[in-house]
Design a protein around this ligand. Structure first.
Ligand SMILES: Cc1cc2nc3c(=O)[nH]c(=O)nc-3n(C[C@H](O)[C@H](O)[C@H](O)COP(=O)(O)OP(=O)(O)OC[C@H]3O[C@@H](n4cnc5c(N)ncnc54)[C@H](O)[C@@H]3O)c2cc1C
Length: 238
């Protein structure tokens, strides 16, 4: 946004945007939650402790990356209420929430130049069409089957937060891309040190540098990259 909104006479399309790539290749991960209902109580408070990449590169019979599975912070009865008929009584939701095991699934959305953030006449807009859904749906089906097999109780309710009918865009947490790095100034905003190709003293070190989104949480990579760029800056300035 800062780059696009900083357009001036020298940079009419926005800062560092001679390539028209700023804002493009927006990615946000394909995300879904699966709530597995068990007959046993789940007393977890801080549940987010396990991650599984067994299907990251595919599975027998499917040679394409499917994505990543991790435990979700514990779902409560208020969250369950969003995805069941309105008349469901609170006592039943409380009882159910005590017995759920909750999973977060992440799939990779591939970079698409038409998935982009724009600023027009001061107004921010986002165009996003999901892609790579076949592999992600397979991951969801695979994990529901796995949870059923483990628990053997059968009651599993898949909940897709990204496809929330109320606030689909509000489900974004892992936004990356829009200033991807790479060696070609005609297709990338940043060089490999995250310096803009256009402007010698302008660096971008947030999640926008990602050229692809992978299917795991982005924060540690964002931090590691920022430290790498920090080292480069120290070297350049001393
Ligand atoms: C609910 C939720 C859960 C998440 N869980 C995880 C997780 O478990 N693991 C994980 O890896 N990631 C997680 N993420 C994603 C992670 O938080 C982001 O990927 C990461 O913080 C992005 O870092 P960033 O530096 O790109 O942007 P941000 O951390 O969003 O930093 C952008 C900064 O820019 C500032 N800013 C914005 N506009 C301006 C302006 N005009 N002028 C000056 N400053 C401005 C903002 O205030 C902000 O401080 C989660 C995100 C959410 C929302």
């Amino acid at each position: 946004m800062l780059l696009l909104q900083s357009a001036n006479e020298q940079h009419p399309k926005g800062l560092a945007n001679s390539s028209d790539q700023v804002g493009r290749n927006f990615m946000k991960h394909l995300a879904a939650a699966i709530v597995g209902l068990s007959v046993k109580d789940n007393p977890s408070v801080f549940q987010k402790t396990l991650a599984i990449n067994d299907y990251y590169w595919g599975e027998p019979g499917f040679d394409y990356p499917m994505g990543h599975v991790q435990l979700l912070g514990k779902v409560n009865h208020r969250m369950l209420a969003l995805d069941v008929p309105k008349l469901a009584p609170t006592w039943a939701l409380r009882a159910a929430a005590k017995r759920t095991v909750d999973w977060w699934l992440t799939g990779e959305d591939a970079p698409d130049p038409e998935n982009r953030v724009r600023v027009e006449k001061g107004k921010i807009s986002l165009h996003y069409q999901p892609n790579n859904m076949q592999a992600f749906k397979r991951l969801i089906q695979r994990w529901v089957k796995t949870v059923k097999e483990v628990d053997n109780q059968g009651a599993v309710l898949p909940v897709s937060w990204y496809f929330s009918k109320i606030l689909p865009i509000g489900a974004i947490a892992h936004q990356v891309g829009t200033c991807r790095f790479g060696i070609d100034p005609t297709t990338c905003v940043l060089d490999l040190n995250c310096k803009t190709h256009d402007i010698d003293n302008l660096y971008v070190v947030d999640g926008s540098f990602f050229p692809s989104s992978a299917a795991v949480n982005p924060s540690l990579t964002i931090m590691a990259n920022a430290m790498r760029v920090g080292d480069h800056l120290i070297e350049r300035l001393t």
